[in-house]
Each structure stands twice: as C-alpha cells, then as structure tokens.
Design a protein around this ligand. Structure first.
Ligand code: PMP
Ligand code: GLU
Length: 398
C-alpha cells in the first residue's frame, strides 16, 4: 500500500523539529541553548488566562459558530479598523487554529491544481509545504542582501507565468526581520493588480517593529482594488504570547470568507471555545504588555546583533522587526574541522548543536543557502551564553 503523492512530498517542519530535539536534549540533562523555533518566551498575560478560566466556569464549553463566535470576529474587525485602517464586516473574518491553519485555508480557497504561487526567498518554511498540500506550485523568487532581502515588481515579473495565481508577502519577515515600506508595498500591489493576482499577506509579526521611523502597513489598506484581492493572515501567537492557544484568522472578501468558513465547517469546526474567550480579552483588554515585550525584544536584538557582528567571519543585517537574526555564515563554508568539511548551513547547525550545544536553524529550509537563523525570543541569559558558545565555535575552528 502506498501513501498519497501529496503526502509523500511533504516534509515535517524543521523549525519545530529542531526545537523538539533541543527540548529532548534538555530533558536528558544536556545543557542546551535553543535559538530554534521562534515563539515569545513570555507567559500569556494573567488577564487573558483569567478570561479563559471564567469561560470554563461559565460553561462556555460548547460548539461556537464554525467561523468563530461573533464577539471575537467583531473584536478582530475592530482591531483591523483601529490599528490597520482596514474596513471589514465581522462576516469577513474567519477564526482558525493559528495563522498556520489560516494560511492553509487561504490557499485552499484560491488554488486549483497546478496554480502557481510566488514566494520570495528566504521564506518561512511552511509556506512551501502548505501551498503543495493545497495542490499549488510554489515558485521561488530570490531576494538579495544588497536589497535588504526584499522583493520588487521587476523581480516578480521575471517569475510570472500564465499559471501564476497569487503571491505571498510577509512583513515583518521571518527569517530576515525586514519590514516593507509603504512605497515598496505599493509597487508590489501594482504588480498584483496588473496581473490579476491574489495577495496573501502574512502580518503575524506586525507588533514587532523596532524602528520609530517604520510602521506596519497592511498591503490591503493601500486601495480598494488591492483590498479586494488580499487575504490578510494574522493571529495572537506572537502579539499576545499565545502560541499554544492556537488562535489565528483570515480577513478577506465576503466570498472568500464564506468559502473558508464552509471548508472549516467540515474540517476543524470552531477554534476551541475557551481560547476564543481568551482571544477576546487579549484584543479588547490592556495592551501595555505588548509594548513591554517589544521593549525587551529590542534590547535583546541590539545586544545579539552587536555581539554577532563582532565575531569574525559572521555578519548580519540589523533586523527591523520580528525576533530573528539572519546570519551569513558563508565565510565558514569550505573549511575543514577535524577532517570534516563544512559544506553548508546544515553542517554549521549540526556542529553547533552536537559540539557546542546551541540549536540554530539552518536556512536552507527557508530556501536560502549559507545562512543560519537565530531566534532571540529567549531570555537575555540564554542569549549571552548562546552567543558565547557561537563565538567559541568560530574562534576555535577558523
Ligand atoms: N507565519 C509566520 C511568518 C510564522 O513565523 C509563523 C510561526 N509561528 C506563523 C505564521 C504561524 O504562527 P501560528 O500558527 O502560531 O499563528
Ligand atoms: N514560526 C516559528 C518559527 O519560524 C514557530 C515554529 C513554526 O511554526 O515554524 O520558528
């Protein structure tokens, strides 16, 4: 018996696998520092947890509307209006099990077998597998350090075919930390309009922008035409330290929202009812801790970026957002350590994990060679120790 071709083509998430491996080593008593999967190390704020406890005590434990309860969808629509200048009726919002699920829904709604989706590299690894799971074909367009790893319309034109159906953008970006400006988004929006494409806009890191000169802009807010063809993806995992609660959402045209809702009514149905109550509290309650997390992440970013750039042979651009450092390790490649040739980022990550006890993500999984990703969503003491180990690795061997 044979599994489906579709499933045979899917690889498990390397970010999650690397973190699971690091957690297992830690449980075995190994002193490991994990810069693997990116998730806020902060706990979910107490008032959000209390809302969930209240929901349980009040028996809010039944099915809700499969697209999410009206109160939550209204709270999301209000947030999109207030913070992103986007006008959505609550019926245009579908609440899903994390933004990962929202992305699955979005691609399922728009792709027919063989439809192509343009994905700028480096990319968050799940985009590729999700597109494939929804029978689409990811078409990768490379970006370059010299252009701050950003894509523009002339780069997009080069990979356009008559099968192109959509493109995905992610700002602030995982793994590079880059943030698109309004004029850059306008250029991308014009391209999408010119070629009648959907835009999937993953805005999960919108709250994490470190420069006062930059602000998050949703491409959907640029004009009415781009609004109609954009599916905004967002969620509470990063903004409200709620990764385990699994609350994400799509905001789209009524037609797409209806299609996504129908699909979801046959797959997962509603997101956990208690998590929905927690999400309402998160979106409508005191937001000051979001600022506090941002301040702490900025402090860590400044420290880690400086330390890594002080290590000979390593370099990175200063991330403007998210919580990742995208580190160029090309100068370590083609060298030999104890008779073993370092060929690529996988070899660097392997040695760092096995010999220096630091977990990082090799960026071949993000479609980019000769880079590693360091997540600084971990404590300052872990960051100091982890960077010390990376420094030792470079200084001892190169
Ligand atoms: N998009 C990006 C760019 C991410 O890095 C992640 C990682 N968590 C997600 C979406 C998915 O997040 P979640 O499913 O927890 O909302
Ligand atoms: N988005 C995070 C990361 O890139 C979390 C893990 C995942 O879901 O991939 O590390």
């Amino acid at each position: 018996m044979k599994l489906s071709d579709k499933i045979n083509a899917i690889r498990a998430s390397a970010t999650l696998s690397i973190s699971a491996r690091a957690a297992k080593m830690k449980a075995e008593g190994i002193d490991i520092i994990s810069f693997g999967a990116g998730e806020p190390d902060f706990d979910t704020p107490d008032f959000i947890k209390q809302a969930a406890i209240k929901a349980i005590n009040e028996n809010y434990t039944h099915y809700t509307a499969y697209e999410g309860c009206e109160e939550l969808r209204r709270a999301i629509a209000d947030k999109l209006k207030r913070e992103n200048n986007l006008d959505y009726d609550y019926t245009q919002i579908v609440v899903s099990n994390g933004s990962k699920h929202a992305l699955n829904n979005a691609f399922a709604a728009i792709l027919d077998p063989g439809d192509e989706v343009i994905v700028p590299a480096p990319f968050w690894l799940s985009y590729i597998e999700i597109i494939k799971m929804e029978y689409g074909v990811p078409v990768i367009v490379n970006t370059y350090k010299e252009k701050s790893f950003k894509v523009n319309s002339s780069m997009l034109e080069k990979v356009l075919t008559d099968k192109t159906k959509a493109l995905i953008i992610n700002s602030p970006n995982n793994p590079t930390g880059m943030v698109y400006t309004e004029s850059e988004l306008k250029d991308i929006a014009d391209f999408a309009l010119k070629h009648d494409l959907f835009v999937i806009s993953d805005e999960i890191y919108e709250k994490l922008i470190y420069s006062h000169k930059l602000r998050h802009i949703s491409i959907a807010s640029l004009n009415d035409e781009i609004y109609k063809r954009t599916i905004v993806i967002n969620g509470l995992s990063k903004s409200h330290a709620m990764t385990g609660w699994r609350v994400g959402y799509t905001a789209s045209s009524k037609e797409i929202a209806k299609a996504i809702g129908s699909m979801q009514s046959h797959s997962t149905s509603n997101v956990n009812s208690i998590a929905q109550k927690a999400a309402i509290a998160a979106l409508t309650g005191d937001q000051s801790y979001v600022e506090q997390m941002l301040t702490e992440f900025k402090h860590r970013r400044d420290y880690i970026a400086q330390r890594i750039s002080d290590i000979p042979l390593l370099s990175s651009l200063l991330p403007k957002g998210a919580f990742y450092l995208f580190v160029d390790i090309s100068k370590l490649c083609s060298k030999t350590i104890d008779g073993i040739e370092i060929k690529d980022s996988e070899d660097v990550a392997k040695i760092l994990l096995e010999r220096y006890r630091v977990a990082v993500v090799p960026c071949n999984v993000f479609g980019y060679e000769n880079y590693i990703r360091i997540s600084y969503a971990t404590s300052m003491s872990n960051i100091v120790e982890g960077v010390n180990r990376i420094e030792k690795f470079v200084k001892q061997n190169f």
